[in-house]
Design a protein around this ligand. Structure first.
Ligand code: A3P
Length: 326
């Protein structure tokens, strides 16, 4: 069903990190069951790990329910933010449960245990056993989603983000959570040559963009959430058939603001840091999952040369498509 190609270049080896180990490319052999969308395209492969390969078929055959809510994204594109927003809107703004039950348990990261070495739990089983309607968070590209997604047609929400900001955010994530100790240029070079976990980002986004109408995907951008959250909230409410007063929406917008979410223990992923500390036996220092939460923060860290290389990389990937990052 899948073809697996080990990533063996010196750069791929240099960016291996203790949390996930070595990497492989996972290619779907026959994608003829996938929706064609607006323009037929070969669905992208994905950089994952040998451990993931042992779970790939299990995910492929996962039972999907019509009332599932899938939050789909490339890492560091505003996944957590989208999860909290979607959970609250679809649960009648139940702030009480949201504060009592951690977002990780309300909205389960499907493939987490499939790539984190030494993780003692089974997040795929957690999804299988979750109370319906299940909220499922997933970074996989369309080629690696459960096959039933395309026939059962649950709710699908995709969140995109400009690759320059997402890449810098991912570098800090790799360094502090995955235990990567190498320099930033190696990480960026690996990313620009599609050798970083879950990559390549742009084809990941384009595959979802291409099928968004056919699959009724609610397609969001990090940047819209930042600049026009009230409009995003109205779109999400429409998608879920919910109606809230202006006052309720203003309260929700405040709840989802960076400063409030940063201090919300139930939704700021501080427990991921605690988990990483217990798995690695090392303290996570000078890092918070809610890091900057800004548009354009890459300009503070990327050199002119890398900005140019990223711009060229983005232009090349978007050529001939009608998709643009915001
Ligand atoms: P930065 O590292 O650029 O700050 P994900 O949840 O997909 O891993 O995305 C994490 C990114 O989203 C981080 O970006 C984080 O700060 C940002 N983020 C999370 N919640 C946010 C919020 N409420 N407002 C703005 N940015 C947020």
């Amino acid at each position: 069903m899948f073809t697996v190609k080990p990533l063996e270049s010196p750069l791929a080896k240099a960016v291996e990190a203790p949390m996930h180990g070595s990497t492989v490319e996972v290619h779907l052999n026959d994608g003829s069951y996938l929706p064609t969308g607006e323009k037929p395209r070969k669905p992208t492969h994905c950089v994952l790990t040998p451990k993931f390969v042992t779970q790939a078929e299990r995910i492929h055959h996962l039972t999907v329910y019509e009332d599932d809510v899938w939050i789909l994204s490339f890492p560091k594109c505003g996944t957590t933010w989208t999860q909290e927003m979607v959970w609250l809107i679809s649960h009648d703004l139940d702030y009480r449960t949201a504060s009592e039950v951690n977002l990780l348990d309300r909205s389960v990261f499907l493939e987490f245990s499939a790539f984190v070495l030494n993780y003692p739990g089974d997040t795929i089983e957690q999804v299988e056993k979750a109370t319906r309607p299940r909220h499922i968070q997933c970074h996989l590209p369309i080629a690696l989603l459960p096959k039933q997604i395309w026939t059962v047609r649950p709710k699908l929400i995709y969140c995109a983000r400009n690759p320059k900001d997402a890449s810098v955010s991912f570098f800090h994530h790799y360094r502090h959570l995955h235990g990567y100790r190498g320099p930033m240029p190696d990480f960026l070079d690996a990313l620009l040559t599609d050798q970083i976990l879950f990559g390549p980002q742009i084809p990941h986004t384009l595959d979802y963009w291409n099928v968004r109408r056919e699959m009724n995907i609610l397609f969001l951008h990090f940047e819209e959430m930042k600049t026009n959250m009230s409009d995003v909230l109205r779109r999400v409410c429409r998608y879920f058939g919910k109606s809230y007063s202006d006052q309720q929406l203003a309260t929700l917008e405040k709840h989802l603001s960076f400063d409030v979410m940063k201090n919300n223990k139930s939704a700021n992923n501080s427990c991921v840091l605690e988990l990483v500390e217990s798995l690695s036996g090392k303290k996570v220092e000078n890092f918070q999952f809610m890091r900057k939460g800004k548009i354009g923060s890459h300009t503070e860290e990327l050199s002119e040369e890398y900005i140019k290389r990223f711009d060229e990389y983005i232009t090349k990937h978007l050529e001939g498509t009608d998709f643009r990052f915001k």
